[in-house]
Design a protein around this ligand. Sequence first.
Ligand code: CDP
Length: 232
Amino acid sequence: MAEEAENSIPVIAIDGPSASGKGTVALLVAKKLGFHYLDSGSLYRLVALAAMRSEVDLDDEKALSGIAADLDVSFADGEIRLGDRNVADDIRAEACSNGASRVAAYPRVRGALLDRQRAFRKRPGLVADGRDMGSMVFPEAMLKVFLTASPEVRAQRRYKQLMGKGINANIATLLQDIRDRDARDTNRSVAPLQLAAGANLLDTTSLDIQQAVDSVLKLYAEACAKSAPKPS
Ligand code: CDP
């Protein structure tokens, strides 16, 4: 697609730390607007899963970037297929969460995933969630939101989510994992987790999912109104 035409496709970039609810919010916003949805974290999780399955060292940047470039992945109807297996649940395991944040620190891995992420930008629009959607992948996004909540509230949300799936969890361990991952994602030199230029900070500590979705939709309506041509 010509670059100019592609740049006219609206992107809503939703970034934020682990368990801030950005995935759920982004998916609901995408559904409401009839937009495509990119869960960029799943790509880092897939790289970690594929590496662990083929016993590739999570410190081997060259091998990891090869895995990222060659990922045979397809997304459809809530399924995430790696080769011919649905790994949508497997990539949510804590081992993959930690592995993802390790592989995501390598510039060559991030570079290998860039075009794959940008290919999700299709009409009528895209909602993309991650850590660097507004800063690196879609810096010209029409709306950038940085969704966050206190670490304690995020640990509780992750706890409920895991228990709901029948997975045993310990809240103190989850809180520690969240703090460790925040530190790793924030302090890395490449594409660190940060408030992108022009991003709107949305603290969801005391908001439920629907309130967070409504806030993003309101910000989007405001962004549309701002970018609409002024009557002469
Ligand atoms: O669901 P949660 O926020 O815990 O994780 P995720 O969004 O699936 O991302 C998993 C890991 O991938 C994060 O801890 C980040 O280190 C990394 N990631 C990234 O570096 N850049 C992105 N755009 C998305 C995820």
